[in-house]
Design a protein around this ligand. Structure first.
Ligand SMILES: [Zn+2]
Ligand SMILES: [Zn+2]
Length: 302
């Protein structure tokens, strides 16, 4: 009787989980994008904070952002830390970065080589990615001294993954190449997100391209050029308001995607508002294929 009750309880738990989060395998296409977290910073029972995987074949090669909850989603996605070639951080808001230490702590169990990490330059109110990493992992003064070897040279095998940071100048008006290896080229461009330095990333691989636009107002005309012709553009629909100083309205999200002539728009980082109304607003300015993001959702890039 007791056993039957626990079986029923675990069945119910599985059902409850599958109703909110549906894991799709992303390993079957030449290139695909998987959403780890489709939420922004707010509390949400169905969505965790921002994070994405770029898969080529059966390998998740690049992670873009690591907001709260993405550490758990990473293993649910079936990604292997040993396959990762690049970590990319769009900006230093906690909903995009807070699971980085958790990933590094877990990752040391499977690899201890060098892993490039790219992120934005700083300003008077926000550290650069390099300073941010030092503050986290400095062996003497970092918050996580247990990961103190993370920023040390890789010449000594210390049993952790060595992060090799590159800070991209967000004020540059032209894209900066940040990665070019094994047939994958990644460029970055500064985008407006209030006074927080922020970067969009464009990945070119296997003859297709994906742009991760992150939080932004959508008001940098250079971003349209940057995203032009992308097979998939991931944009954040964080607000349904008309004039936020940090986020694009649904109408602007649609207008940017339409102007860039992308193959498919994926909206993610969804705020707590009437999603149907926001999508209706977006569709007034965007007429192409549209995907409403969900955690662990996989989009083949073609
Ligand atoms: Zn955000
Ligand atoms: Zn943000």
């Amino acid at each position: 009787m007791l056993m039957m009750r626990s079986t029923i309880a675990s069945l119910l738990a599985v059902l409850a989980m599958s109703s909110s989060v549906y894991a799709q395998s992303c390993a079957g296409s030449p290139v695909s994008v998987q959403i780890l977290g489709s939420n922004g910073p707010g509390f949400n029972r169905d969505r965790v904070s921002a994070g994405y995987l770029l898969w080529t074949g059966s390998q998740a090669k690049m992670i873009v952002d690591m907001g709260g909850g993405t550490h758990a989603r990473y293993s649910q996605a079936g990604a292997k830390f040993t396959d990762l070639s690049l970590m990319a951080i769009s900006h230093l808001h906690p909903d995009h970065t807070s699971d980085l230490p958790a990933l590094m702590w877990a990752g040391r169990q499977s690899r201890n080589d060098v892993l490039p990490i790219v992120g934005p330059s700083g300003n008077e109110g926000v550290p650069s990615i390099s300073v941010f990493l030092r503050r986290l992992f400095d062996p003497k003064e970092g918050a996580f001294q247990v990961l103190g070897a993370t920023m040390q040279p890789a010449s000594v095998n210390t049993g952790v993954v060595h992060l090799e940071p590159t800070a991209v100048d967000v004020t540059r008006t032209e894209p900066t190449k940040v990665f070019d290896k094994d047939g994958m080229v990644v460029t970055a461009l500064g985008i407006p997100h209030g006074n927080i330095p922020a970067l969009a990333y464009r990945v070119q691989t296997n003859g297709v391209s994906v742009v991760f636009s992150t939080d932004q107002t959508g008001t940098n005309p250079k971003f349209i050029d940057f995203a032009t012709g992308a097979n998939v553009l991931v944009m954040h629909m964080a607000t349904d308001m008309g004039n936020s100083p940090t986020h694009a309205s649904p109408a602007v999200v649609g207008r940017v995607a339409q102007s860039a002539g992308v193959g498919r728009l994926v909206v993610s980082h969804l705020g707590q508002f009437d999603l149907n109304a926001a999508v209706a607003e977006l569709k007034k300015s965007y007429t192409g294929p549209l995907t409403i993001g969900a955690d662990l959702q996989c989009t083949p890039v073609q």
